[in-house]
Design a protein around this ligand. Structure first.
Ligand code: ADP
Ligand code: MG
Length: 377
């Protein structure tokens, strides 16, 4: 099968990682007639439940990854912290059209920031930290408040410390382990957090989804409002940033770009995710094509679909602590689109599902969402 011609339905798509993003990719792919194979540590994962083949093993296990690649015509990942070596092996056998380069960039916050800056796009001022002296120097240069992050492996606000004053600094120092690298970023006083999801196939066709507005709670995405309530000038700038990154980083697949917008109208890119993103879940009902179907089209090198907004949308994440309440109020959710990920264990802060409300206007969608009682902030 030649990747450049497009991999047609009937073929098998292998997914590294069995979480909700893999599950929603798989649902979109199955609808189109693809078969699904998944590599995940345990059987019956959110993606495993709906896959045709489950390979059970660690994503870092090269042999297991090769087994996944053997039974698949093309492989994608749902999670950027798979080992780079695994990605390179699958790339070498010609089954990872997304490649390993962008994955490598997005696995390290310092590398990611340099790649963004190299395309003349702004990021928050930052310093890389290897030891206590670096940290002291960075704090005196950037000033406080600032935010310290591990360079690798962070998600949902994990591996981050907000430094507001000297007291925080002293507390944080005790928790650090200088066997790993950190990054200190200036705290950006944003008025809104925005994100854009862009896709590109191997033929170079690029699309972008309507920009969304994101509200986080305790470092975890709480709600997404789409389209973002921003003026036309900002909208064009955000779109240009997304497309510049897609082309400049040779994207194949999906790239989600998280950004801060300030009072003065400055835009700083916060981070990149080389995969479908939580802030794009609204596209399942809100847009002509979902981010998951577009991801499948981009990685199989089919023509990309229209990302046009069908209806303004508000998405609310359902965490472990919300699940019971959602289930007991299901009667009130008739007018909402409920998605649960089939996770066996419900834990505090763990993403168990999401709900999307549609409206004829953003205000209408927001009113419905607020009426559900699941908006916390
Ligand atoms: P994660 O990988 O956990 O998503 P992020 O870098 O996106 O890490 O940080 C999580 C959240 O913390 C952001 O969405 C934002 O609300 C806040 N945050 C992170 N960095 C900054 C910053 N430099 N200035 C202001 N807020 C920040
Ligand atoms: Mg983030």
């Amino acid at each position: 099968m030649d990747l450049m011609d497009g991999i047609l339905p009937g073929a098998t798509i292998g997914i590294l990682g069995g979480g909700q993003l893999g599950r929603m990719m798989a649902l979109a792919a199955r609808q189109m007639g693809y078969k699904i194979a998944v590599l995940e540590k345990e059987k019956n994962s959110p993606c495993g439940q709906i896959a045709d083949y489950e390979v059970i093993g660690d994503y870092q296990d090269l042999e297991k990854a090769e087994e996944l690649a053997r039974i698949s015509d093309v492989v994608t990942y749902e999670f950027e912290n798979i080992s780079l070596e695994t990605a390179k092996v699958i790339e070498r056998i010609g089954k990872l059209p997304q490649g390993s380069q962008l994955l490598g960039i997005s696995q390290h916050r310092g590398r990611e920031k340099r790649a963004i800056e190299s395309l003349a796009i702004k990021v928050a001022p930052y310093h890389l930290i290897n030891d206590l002296q670096d940290l002291q120097r960075a704090v005196s240069k950037l000033g406080l408040p600032a935010i310290l992050k591990t360079c690798r492996g962070g998600y949902d606000g994990k591996g981050q410390w907000v430094l507001k004053g000297q007291g925080d600094f002293l507390k944080v120092v005790e928790e650090l382990d200088f066997n790993q690298q950190y990054i200190l970023e200036k705290m950006i006083p944003f008025t809104k957090e925005l994100s854009i999801i862009v896709n590109r196939n191997s033929k170079g066709h690029v699309t972008s989804f309507p920009i969304s507005e994101n509200i986080h709670l305790n470092g975890i995405l709480h709600i997404t409002i789409a389209p973002a309530r921003i003026d036309k000038v900002i909208e064009e700038q955000v779109k240009a940033i997304g497309i510049t990154l897609a082309r400049g980083l040779n994207l194949v697949g999906t790239l989600a770009v998280e950004m801060f917008l300030t009072e003065e109208g400055e835009i700083f890119v916060n981070e990149l995710a080389p995969r479908p993103h939580n802030s794009g879940h609204y596209t399942i009902e809100g847009c002509e094509i979902s981010q998951f179907a577009q991801h499948i089209r981009a990685t199989t090198n089919l023509p990309l679909g229209s990302t046009k907004l069908l209806k303004p949308s508000v998405m609310i994440n359902i965490l472990g602590e919300d699940l019971e309440n959602v289930l007991s109020s299901i009667a009130k959710l008739a007018d909402a689109h409920l998605h649960l990920y089939g996770k066996e264990e419900s834990k505090k802060g763990r993403k168990m599902g999401h709900i999307t409300f549609l409206g004829d206007t953003v205000e209408e969608a927001l009113t419905k969402a607020k009426g559900s009682g699941f908006i916390k902030a």
